[in-house]
Design a binder for this molecule. Sequence first.
Ligand SMILES: NC(=O)c1ccc[n+]([C@@H]2O[C@H](COP(=O)([O-])OP(=O)(O)OC[C@H]3O[C@@H](n4cnc5c(N)ncnc54)[C@H](OP(=O)(O)O)[C@@H]3O)[C@@H](O)[C@H]2O)c1
Length: 334
Amino acid sequence: MVGGEKELRIRFVPGCCQLVEEDVDIPSRRVLITGATGLLGRAVFKEFNQNNWNAVGCGYRRAQPKFEQINLLDSVAVHEIIRDFQPHVIVHCAAERRPDVVESQPDAASQLNVAASGNLAKEAAGIGAFLIYISTDYVFDGTNPPYKETDIPNPLNLYGKTKLEGEKAVLENNDGAAVLRIPVLYGEVERLEESAVTVMFDKVQFSNKSANMDHWQQRFPTNVKDVATVCRQLAEKRMLDPSVKGTFHWSGNEQMTKYEMACAIADAFNLPSSHLRPITDCPVMGALRPRNAQLDCSKLEMLGIGQRTPFRAGIKESLWPFLVDKRWRQTVFH
Ligand SMILES: NC(=O)c1ccc[n+]([C@@H]2O[C@H](COP(=O)([O-])OP(=O)(O)OC[C@H]3O[C@@H](n4cnc5c(N)ncnc54)[C@H](OP(=O)(O)O)[C@@H]3O)[C@@H](O)[C@H]2O)c1
């Protein structure tokens, strides 16, 4: 059973050892996290788990052994896990979030980002669970920042379009749900390629080769731990106040291009940055991106919700396991 409240334990008494079923002290608030194997989902799982919630995470290809393996396109499996676990809150992090993959596989991306999100919202409504659907700043075209929740979206690429359709599918099926829009993420990664921020690290640390870096698109790199905290705070607020619902924005507040992030990473590790070259032209390759989709976060701030880790501290914590040159490691940490 998912999130069961009994556990088998081995009890040793003089002369024998017994297998006994014992009640375990499980927190009464239950949260289900989709995409718990992904960059954001891992942080969300940890945040709830460490703050007195009974958290169950779902993954798909990477689920075993820590998480439940559920294909979100399988509506029967989704119905069963929700019926069995009866979560109070569902944080829906699973998505196809790579813009270039969405352009090349639009049907598969739409199934996950739109249809599966709508279905999850319906299932959540069926048991009265509060659903938080994670969305993106790419729903905006980036021509008139900062964006409030009430501003009209106009996504430039298919990824942004599927996420916006996902928002609509969620709110149509569940009018008590929340949509949380966030910008580019970084944090503890399994591989540097997992985040558009951490992927720059090798270009920064291998300073024998010059590297072109985008200096056109304005970004607001946001730590997954901060988003995870915002999700938990939002869930806890909602447990006390049913009027907490609808669309919200959360973002880091340090505006940087990729070139500026790369320089900040170099600075955080005392590495050289003279080999990094800023490219100020609009990128011509890949899916279109908004120039500046800065999110106005005042709605959440007014609710007393939020957390922001300074970029240099957050990126240093995330990247140090990938530092190649041990001499720098000594400079930075000893
Ligand atoms: N990353 C960013 O910079 C960024 C920026 C703005 C918004 N967002 C949004 O934040 C959310 C989380 O993004 P992320 O970067 O954490 O994504 P991610 O690391 O790419 O993780 C995607 C997750 O989706 C799961 N998944 C994929 N197909 C599935 C299926 N058919 N059934 C069930 N689960 C499936 C994956 O599970 P397996 O790996 O186990 O298969 C994985 O856990 C997304 O909604 C994304 O749109 C991300």
